[in-house]
Structures are given as C-alpha cells and as structure tokens.
Design a protein around this ligand. Structure first.
Ligand code: ARG
Length: 446
C-alpha cells in the first residue's frame, strides 16, 4: 500500500511551489483572524527553515509520509512543534496540490517560452547570414524550385512563434488560483481567496470549488503545447539528419553537437537531432497518458490524478533538452553552400520560371507555357544539361517566341530574386522578414 500510494519520489519536485502556497495560505489565515497571528508568524518562519533544509539537503524519499504536502508539514512540525498543526486549517491536500501543480506548470510554460525565444534568435542570426544562399526547395523531397536558406530557416521561426503564442494563451487561461476550494465543497472559514491568489501571482481565484480540485486541463493544455512544439523541433531535427547525410552534404554538424562511432572513426553522427526526433514521441506520449488518465473521472478528486505529474515532468525535461539541442545545432552548423547550390541546379528547378516568363513576356496562356516548358525540360534532359545551358537556337527550335532575355530567369539566383511576393523567398524579402522579426523580439523584451 505504501509503495503504490506514495508520490513523494516524483512530487518532491514541487517543493518550492508547495512551500510558497503554504506561505500565502498561512499569511491569509493570520490576517483573517482564522488562526492566532503569533502562530501564523511562527509557521511562516518555520516554513522558511524547511525551505532552507530542502535547498541544502534535498527532499528525502520518505514513503511513509506519502507526498510532498505531508512531508513538508511533518518537517514544519519537527521545527516548530504543535502550532504547525494550524497550517492545514481551511485547506485540503486537494486544493493544495491543484495550486502547487498550477504554479509548477506556469513556471514550465515560462521556461519553455524563453528557451524558444533563444532558439528563434539563433534562427534569425543564421537566416540573416544566409538571406542570399541558394538551396533547393523541395516538395515530395524532390527538388522543386530554388529557395534561399534564410527563407527556409525563417519558416521554423514562424512555427516557434506560434508555439510561443500558444504557450502564452495556455498561461493566461490557467492563471487562476484553486486555493480555498478545500477538499471539494469550499469551506465555512472566512477566507480571503483574492489575497492568496494575488500573493501567488494569479489573476484571481477559480470560480467553482469542484472544478478547481478536479480539473487538470491546464496541464493537458501545457502538454498539448509541448507536443506541438516537439513536433516542430522534430521536423527541424529531421532536416538536419537529412542535410548531414553524405548524399546531401548540406551541413556539417559541429563536433560539439555530433558524436563519433565506437568502431568507425570517420563518423560524425547527428545523435542529438535524432534524439530530438525521438523525444517528440515521448512528449506526445505524455499528452496521451494524461488525457487517458483523466477521461473517465467523475467529480471531484480521485487518486488517479496523482498520476498527472510524471508525464508533465518528463515532457518538461525532454522539451527543455530538445530546445537547447536544436538551438546549439542551429548556432554551430556550417552550411555547405556549394553543395546546396549544386543541388538547387539539378532537377530543372527553374522550369516554373521559364513557364512564368512565357506568360509574362510572350503573352502565352499558362497551360500552353507549361507544355512548352515540358518540351524544353525534355530537350535539356536528353542533352544532359541544365535549362540555362540550352543555347538560344535550341530554345527557339522548341518555341520561337522565346528570346535571349529568358536567360535572366533561368539561373537559380535569378529565380530566387524574382520571387518577391510578400512571404516569398527573394533575398530582399527574407531580409525584410528578419528585420521585422527582430523588431518584434525587441518589443517583447521591453
Ligand atoms: N499526492 C496527492 C496527489 O498528488 C495529493 C492529494 C491527495 N488527496 C487525497 N484526497 N488523498 O494527488
């Protein structure tokens, strides 16, 4: 029973939040005259001592004391004697744990958001550096049209901007304080729930005591954000894995962010990127785990809910590592621009530019331009050359509306420079989007 019942081995991670919640509660009890002011002062000082002890020695896995709430109260009693018994007036572990866990998840959200900001800054730096660097853009992992590396990196900047905004939304929704809901029905004591909420940095108290002690949707929402972020990180990680492979050779990973092989001395493996990809599975698993834990529970508290913490803690740890690893890889990667350019020049990647030129300069309807371009690609393919290596006589033999001005759009540089639509890959557009993103990041800092 003791082993299945205890949560101390994992919920001790919430000791700071637990003591902070108790401090807010006892200050309110004293102020409201629910307990004598001297006892409130003694308890508060005692809680400070418990915090100092935990800070110095860690929190012991004392299974007999079951969880962090009982353990902290027992330590308080060791320190100050029987007046410790007044702390739990007008409170239950049900509203206590709901409060602690909200505080913990709120910190986790803030940490993830800040770390993603640093990853965004790394992407901005590299995107600016590579606003002009040409690489192949893919669909179906087949060379489609040339793009710039800066544009490609900025795509991830946008994903992480949405992830951060989702985290902020989740934070705003969860930032209400359950403390004072007691076991499930509220309490007859004359509490000041506004005061405890404010002391703990919440926007106010929660509105329904039954909901307060039994909802964990704030944790599920955090995990949803974490899973979505992990999914984005995993896609970026996968790009690095592909780019670092020899057939691609688009990137050399730094020694710091790669590993050797135990038997093949030449290897430089993208283990960190692979683990980021792997961790996204575990983080998504954490989300599914908590959703299934909660799905059949009637109101109000049931002990099943104690299982809410391990998945959240695990997801938080894995997410923090994943963000840090991708930040390091983005910062330190050397991009092999020659390889990227050569790949961008394969696959007749400027075929669309030829078709667009025929539409624009020769007034050809797009469908017909598409056919002419198809014949041009076939001719280049048969000759084993790129589109811009066909001479003008060869081009005119395919369609005599083509003239020498077409060479202005057939090179990969001309192609990317021409894509100036808002949100397009042209270097000028990429520089603009980097500058706008920088300004937005600076505003946030203010
Ligand atoms: N360790 C418990 C948990 O995390 C605290 C709440 C216990 N409440 C109760 N009614 N047994 O859920």
């Amino acid at each position: 029973m003791r082993e299945i019942n205890a949560s101390i081995p994992f919920d001790k991670r919430m000791w700071r939040q637990d003591l902070a919640g108790s401090q807010a509660h006892v200050a309110m009890l004293g102020k409201q005259g629910i307990i004598p002011a001297e006892d409130a002062a003694r308890i508060s000082a005692g809680l400070d001592d418990v915090a100092a002890q935990f800070e110095a020695d860690g929190v012991p896995d004392d299974l007999a004391l079951e969880d962090i709430h009982m353990l902290a109260e027992a330590r308080l009693a060791d320190g100050i004697g029987p007046s410790a018994g007044r702390l739990h007036t007008a409170r239950s572990r049900n509203d206590q744990v709901a409060t602690d866990f909200r505080l913990w998840v709120r910190d986790a959200i803030d940490q993830a958001e800040a770390a993603l900001g640093a990853l965004q800054d790394a992407l901005l730096t590299r995107a600016e550096e590579h606003a002009d660097s040409v690489m192949p853009g893919f669909t179906h992992l087949q060379v489609a049209q040339p793009v710039t590396l800066g544009h490609h990196l900025m795509a991830y900047f946008e994903m992480f901007a949405r992830d951060r905004s989702r985290l902020r939304d989740a934070r705003a929704r969860m930032n209400l304080c359950p403390l004072g809901s007691a076991a499930l029905a509220g309490t007859g004591f004359n509490l000041d729930r506004e005061a405890t909420a404010a002391a703990l940095g919440f926007d106010g108290p929660t509105r329904n005591s039954l909901d307060s002690v039994s909802d964990r949707d704030f944790a599920i929402e955090y995990l949803t954000c974490a899973a979505q972020t992990a999914l984005h990180l995993s896609r970026l990680a996968e790009e690095f894995v592909i780019w670092a492979s020899q057939p691609f050779g688009f990137v050399s990973l730094s020694d710091q962010w790669s590993t050797g092989s135990s038997i093949m001395p030449q290897k430089r493996n993208p283990d960190a990127a692979e683990l980021v990809r792997g961790h996204s599975g575990r983080i998504t698993g954490a989300l599914v785990s908590l959703m299934i834990t909660m799905k059949g529970l009637p109101l109000a508290y049931s002990k099943d809910m104690q299982d809410d913490k391990p998945p959240v803690f695990e997801a938080h740890d894995l997410l923090g590592l994943s963000i840090a690893a991708m930040t390091g890889m983005v910062e330190s990667a050397s991009f092999r621009l020659d390889r990227m350019r050569a790949a961008a020049e394969t696959g007749f990647s400027t075929a669309t530019d030829l078709a667009d030129w025929l539409v624009r300069e020769a007034g050809v309807p797009f469908r017909e331009a598409h056919h002419i371009t198809g014949r041009t690609v076939a001719a280049a393919e048969a000759a084993g050359i790129r589109l811009d290596q066909l001479d003008i006589a060869q081009l005119k033999a395919i369609d005599d509306r083509i003239d020498a001005r077409v060479y202005d759009v057939l090179s990969v540089d001309a192609s990317v420079s021409s894509r100036t639509s808002f949100g397009g890959t042209a270097p000028a557009r990429v520089r603009e989007s980097v500058a706008a993103a920088r300004r937005a990041r600076e505003e946030e800092g203010r």
